[in-house]
Design a protein around this ligand. Structure first.
Ligand code: PLP
Length: 390
């Protein structure tokens, strides 16, 4: 035998994604395959759409998973709405905002980027100004900026977009089911996510939804959508009554998503949002007790926690220690934040008291080994916080 049997390590995935897959989801993926036009599968597609509407909190007809990762969701959202020459306002305060601008350029659109320091939210007044001084009819914004740990408040931006009759497109890859997100009530026209963050599926599907206003824009395009595979009108035909063949749905991933969504709905969105906040609050207590600082001064995202690497500590050594000794994966910084922050994801099932206390204890151990003088015990502070909260 040239190769041994596949045997990956069983990690605790507290990075920026993927998160650990729920055991029920993993089991669903090993269920027997059916054909993608099998009556059983058609019923499943209806269930997935219904569950997705519940989780996105929308009544939109167009609401299904794109076959592809979160980036396919981003690309699908943008290619369907942007035509050559279109001006598009983009919030750029992190890695994913930059990518949105790049996709707009590739559609021959003109991105109008609103730059903000990484670690800060976009100011809605700047969006308002950009809308007033341009012909932009689309605003793209990242809800949870995974590269910085910022949760973008959406109210003011949604109001500005509405006032100028522009569409609002929101990246909810790291927020869906972990942070408060109400697509219809918050005035979001197009929203996409990914399967491997707070939904605890493997990577491979990008739930997406377009409201009627957005679909009208798609239907009235002068030019064809530049991507055939991501043309939402074609994919919609597969996901509606006629089930017109477009591509073979990734059956096992749809099983996975169906179970993942069922688990989310069973817990309840509000309970889930509260759980993510509570564990985030305990984590912050512990981090501050140790004499460390959270990277974003405010607007901190409960699912993605960015911690500043203290002076004199080598980022990569600490992460390697966590992986080797504790089996814990955390993320490092991207771009300008390389070596400056740790990114600790507490997503879906990974947002737990167990993980928070374990991570804080492991980090303390790693920091002491790295020669950093830890102020107080973070794990103890978290335990006390949980005790106070009951
Ligand atoms: C992870 C992520 C993406 C990209 O998703 P992939 O599954 O890696 O393609 C896009 N936007 C945000 C905010 C993300 O966190």
């Amino acid at each position: 035998m040239r190769y041994g049997e596949l045997n990956p390590p069983n990690r605790i995935l507290l990075g920026p994604g993927p998160s650990n897959v729920h055991p029920i989801v993993l089991r669903a993926m090993s269920s027997p395959l059916v054909g993608h036009l099998d009556p059983y599968f058609m019923g499943l597609m209806d269930e997935v759409m219904e569950l997705l509407r519940e989780v996105f909190m929308t009544k939109n007809k167009v609401c299904f998973p794109i076959s592809g990762t979160g980036m396919a969701g981003m690309e699908a959202a943008i290619v369907n709405l942007v035509q050559p020459g279109d001006e598009v306002i983009i919030g750029s305060n992190g890695f994913f905002g930059q990518r949105m601008a790049e996709i707009v350029r590739r559609c021959q659109g003109k991105p109008i980027e609103i730059f903000e320091e990484w670690g800060r939210a976009i100011d809605p007044e700047k969006v308002e100004e950009a809308l007033s001084s341009s012909n932009a009819n689309l605003v793209c914004i990242v809800h949870a900026e995974t590269s910085t740990g910022v949760l973008q408040p959406l109210d003011g931006i949604a109001r500005a977009a509405r006032a100028h009759d522009a569409l609002l497109l929101v990246d909810a890859v790291t927020s869906l089911s972990g942070c408060e997100l109400r697509v219809d009530d918050m005035g979001i026209d197009v929203c996409y996510s990914g399967s491997q963050k707070c939904l605890n599926c493997p990577p491979g599907l990008a739930p997406i939804t377009f409201n009627e206003r957005a679909m009208e824009r798609v239907r009235n395009r002068r030019t064809k959508v530049q991507s055939w595979y991501l043309d939402v009108s074609l994919i919609e035909q597969y996901w509606s009554e006629g089930r017109a063949y477009h591509h073979t749905a990734p059956i096992s991933m749809i099983y996975a998503l169906r179970e993942a969504l069922r688990i989310v709905v069973e817990e309840g969105l509000e309970a889930r949002w509260a759980r993510h906040k509570r564990n985030r609050d305990a984590l912050i207590r512990g981090i501050q007790e140790m004499g460390l600082e959270m990277f974003p001064p405010r607007d901190r995202c409960p699912t993605m926690n960015a911690i500043s690497v203290p002076e004199g500590v080598e980022d990569a050594i600490v992460r390697r220690f966590l992986l080797d000794r504790f089996n814990i994966e955390v993320g490092g910084g991207l771009g300008p934040l390389k070596g400056k922050i740790w990114r600790v994801g507490l997503m879906g099932i990974n947002s737990s008291e167990q993980n928070v206390i374990l991570f804080l204890g492991a980090l303390e151990r790693a920091l002491k080994t790295a020669g950093f003088r830890v102020k107080g015990s973070g794990a103890r502070a978290a335990i006390e916080a949980y005790g106070e909260w009951g």
